[in-house]
Design a protein around this ligand. Structure first.
Ligand SMILES: [Zn+2]
Length: 417
């Protein structure tokens, strides 16, 4: 059985970095304002390129579907193991920062100093202690005017490199591998149209994490609350004693939300209530809040807090009608993954065989894997090496990318056993 722990070997024997650089130069920024799937036409460009590359690597059935989901399949080799393993990454980049005209900049033999980019953008070890683990590495950043797109093109490049490694080393044992590249993850739609029924994997892994060694089997439980205030409208000139302005009551509602239970005041395993969007008029208005907690009961309590504040306002002014609607966004995938401890055991072993200490970090957010896990495809998340996602200070060490490839190769070895 062969395990991999030398990222240099991967970097020397594969085109991992070249692949990454070619992907980040394709603008695939998603757009939450678009209802279309994919939300931006540009994502097709990368999707079609990946189909061609998958075909060149000999994958069976490599194709992109009508919704821009790329899939392909590599049959098992030198193994009787029957578990089919999926590897998933997303094509799009975050709309939070420009993703067009990304010009990757290489910082060879990084010396531990502050990285200086265009427009006064700097990446300093003080704010990025991980940089000091990368002295001597080659770092890749943008030029400072765009994001880099390591989220998640590092994941895409790492998966493609694993496949190319198997093409070049046909003697290696691996299970049947299904590959999936999804559009629109950054706007929360990556798993919406994922062809889970035809994908055919028993277990899958997203490559969409960060720091080497980090693996994620927990996400928030996530709900959305929609609170609608309906007042009484009259002509403002003759409104005395009659008009009830819904917006004033909505303002009171937001003011009464517990400030300490906000994203800006919480960390680690603490949950929060976060008003994200408002719309409406004086007669009727609506607030969208997101509610997050790792614990299902605590999340339900956040919903009750929101409803109680709304009810109090209605009691104080019966002429204002308040409606509270709570909807599920995604569940903590841990509640499903804990039923299958062998997945985590293999994943941790793969990280250990890479020479890293597995770190289980709960994600204060969601992943494509959270919804896929809920739909029946268990799907933890693996590090890619990328850091500072969604902004111009995004960076990645090529060594960390090599470590990610080693980890996935080791995981496949374990699944071939
Ligand atoms: Zn991502």
């Amino acid at each position: 059985m062969r395990f991999f722990n030398d990222p240099k070997e991967i970097l020397e024997q594969t085109t991992l970095v070249d692949r990454f650089v070619s992907y980040v130069q394709i603008d695939t920024t998603s757009n939450e304002k678009s209802e279309a799937c994919p939300s931006t036409e540009e994502q097709w460009v990368l999707a079609r390129k990946l189909v061609e590359e998958l075909q060149a690597l000999g994958l069976e059935g490599a194709a992109v579907d009508d919704n821009c989901y790329v899939t392909g399949s590599l049959p098992a080799s030198h193994t009787d193991a029957t578990t089919v393993v999926g590897l998933i990454a997303h094509l799009d980049t975050s709309p939070a920062a420009p993703g067009k005209n990304v010009r990757p900049v290489f910082h060879e033999k990084y010396d531990g100093s502050t990285v200086v980019l265009k427009d006064g953008v700097t990446i300093a070890p003080d704010d990025n202690p991980t940089l000091l683990e990368c002295i001597g590495d080659t770092l890749i950043t943008s030029d400072g005017t765009t994001l880099l797109g390591a989220d998640d093109k590092a994941g895409v490049a790492e998966i493609m490199t694993v496949l190319s490694y198997y093409k070049d080393h046909p003697q290696l044992a691996h299970p049947a591998i299904k590959v999936g590249f999804t559009p629109d993850e950054e706007i929360g739609r990556g798993s919406d149209k994922f062809p889970i029924d035809t994908f055919g994997a028993d277990v899958a892994f997203t490559l969409d994490g960060t720091h080497p060694g980090e693996i994620n089997i927990e996400t928030f439980n996530a709900d959305s609350a929609f609170v609608t205030f309906t007042g009484v409208s009259t002509h403002p000139g003759t409104a005395k004693g009659k008009l009830v302005n819904a917006m004033r009551y909505l303002a009171t509602f937001i003011d009464r939300l517990p400030a300490e239970v906000s994203p800006e005041c919480t960390e680690d395993r603490e949950g929060f209530i976060h008003p994200v969007d408002l719309d409406g008029t004086a007669s009727k208005c609506r607030c969208h809040l997101i509610l997050r907690d790792f614990d299902e009961d605590k999340l339900a309590a956040l919903g009750k807090t929101v409803a109680a504040i709304a009810r109090d306002i209605e009691t104080e002014e019966p002429r204002v009608k308040v409606q509270v609607e709570i909807k599920r966004s995604y569940p903590n995938m841990y509640q499903f993954l804990k039923e299958k401890p062998e997945i985590l055991e293999k994943l941790q072993e793969a990280v250990r065989q890479t020479g890293l200490k597995p770190q289980l970090v709960p994600i204060r957010g969601g992943t494509d894997g959270a919804n896929l896990t809920r739909k029946g495809l268990p799907c933890p998340n693996i590090f890619t090496g990328g850091m500072n996602y969604h902004g111009p200070t995004e960076w990645i060490s090529t060594r960390a990318m090599g470590l990610s490839v080693c980890t996935v190769l080791n995981l496949m070895t374990l699944y071939a056993k």
